[in-house]
Design a protein around this ligand. Sequence first.
Ligand SMILES: [Zn+2]
Length: 365
Amino acid sequence: MRVALKECSWQTVGEDLIVVFDPRESITLEDPEGKVEALLSVLREGPRDVGALRAALGARGVEVTGQELDGGLKGLAALGLVERAEGRFTGDPAVDERHFSNLTFFGTFSDLDRHRTDYLRRVREAHVLVLGVGGGGSSLVQCLAGLGVGRLTLLDHDRVETRNFARQFLYKHEDIGRSKVERAAAWVRAYDPDIEVRTVDRWVAGPDDLADLTDGTDLIVGGLDGHPDAGLWVNEAAVRAGVPLVVGGATRTLLSYMSVDPGESACLACEFARQPEEGTGAAAAEDLVHGMRTTNPLIGPVAMQIGSLIALEGLRYLTGFQEPLAAGARVRLDLREGLAASRVPFPDVPDCPVCALAPARVAAI
Ligand SMILES: [Zn+2]
């Protein structure tokens, strides 16, 4: 294995070595003999295997034992500074070029064991079910396509209307009156012919209407409107199938997104169980909110926020580059506070009837 140094900078200050990888933080390493600095300098010349590294260090007058070098490389890997050279690219120049930025992004999280190409492979092999290709779903589809998700199933039942044009940038003037999922699929195919797209034009009136779509799906994203319980239906279908779910939406002044890791995190039904005491003003307000039909207040910049946040949370599930941020919680962004974010965990409901439907997980070996 050849070890490659990621893009970083360093400077010796007394007996310390100051290293910067992520520009917002610096790493201070004790380096009284200058061995770490020598190792970084040798690595900067190009990827090398352990034998070649020792030889190059020796040529600089720095003698290290195999054990010392191994420990040093492990330490640099733990700090996220080195990775396996062969894992940086797929070896297919067309794929490497198409996914240049995706691979660079994953390079922040790669190390000697998890490679950039592992993250990318998971995305390219993933099958994602997108519920709704309207307000938030339109930008969500574009984000997923950019990431290169291998298979997309798009579900919607609407036609493209002129009023969609403030926020749904998938559609063109000539699409007015045509099926949204068909036009969205055409956009994806034109954008990246390697992405397999399937369309489902249907109304969803309960969890059973999604049962045939969850098979073989790695992730469900988006959100259905049109009924106050639509979110709970999707939640039940996802939990029953054991497929992670990321949904989002907006009230007049609050954007929010949340995710469900079936059997691991609380679900949307758990959150719904958080009801104020009956007969109180708070309970009445809750009832009013639940039954309220407001015209969706999203504008382009806000809709794009929701779509991109859902896509990013979905990427956490697909690749594990980070732990899901909104699993069993609602992440809220307040429009009145410049989109300041807060995270509100769902209540712990040990006897949630929907969570009980989650299939048992086989422990990862
Ligand atoms: Zn639950």
